[in-house]
Design a protein around this ligand. Sequence first.
Ligand SMILES: [Zn+2]
Length: 314
Amino acid sequence: MCLGTEAGDQDSCGRCRSCAAVQRGDHPDLARLSKDGATIRIDQVRDALGRLRFDPVVGRVKGLIVESAELLREEAANALLKTLEEPPSNTVFVLVTSKPQLLLETIRSRCQVLRFAELSPTDIADLLVADGKTPHDARTAAALAQGSMVLARSLCDPAKIQVIDFVAIFALALGEGPSSDSAAFIEQLGARLAETAAGGGSEGDESPEPAARSSARADLTRDGLQWTLDVIRAVLRDAVLVAGGIEVQTLPHVRHAAAISALVQRADVGQIMAVIDACQRLEERMVLNPNARLALQALLLDAGQRLRGRPGES
Ligand SMILES: [Zn+2]
């Protein structure tokens, strides 16, 4: 559909008027079908197919995208099948599903399967930068997004990045001082997490009234604990990579380069790995553990001991 690339090109330019219309969702040659209620009905399919009867208005091809194609009701699937058997010229049908086994065999056999793998952190960071995010924020969010662009977009919000950095700075300083004050850290963390959650993640929301914010008992929730463990593991993973000789400038948490280098100076890889393992074990036990705050506090005390220095030194 792209007008900015040659026919046969695999990619699109993202800038021409055709690409812009696709992104806005009002391209005249592209029909989209998605569930209405729990299923996709036959009249929706007929409507969409009707729009594909005419020649393309903007580009060279027309398209129909069926989201959650496994939700096509049987008669809707059969209506679509008839068209797939004798497709109109210059028309591309895309059936998107995470459950291909639920499609009619007759439909599946007419489809070419394209698998979409998890996005790599580098791909995610590039896409976020293309969205206008700063490279630093993009890399930080991408490192935590587990291959999910949706998750990456929700993390790549200045308020959330600030909380991520807050955790990263604390984690990288573990073992540095005589005793890191984990209780105060968790107290502040709980409050900050409650604040970012209250913002709802959607930009432009009014922030909550200061009175409401201070009266909320900001204890660390289980989700908050999970999230904190993800951040701790991600920054410690960077430290392990640096210890292994990877250039710190290439890593997601490059803005904490100095703290990462300092950690690698005072603790060895085995000690850092032990803390990453401890995060993993706590995550597995979390269901059994009613008190996220105490669990995290114990983990941080233990980590502070481990990361204090190489055995036999000082
Ligand atoms: Zn284009």
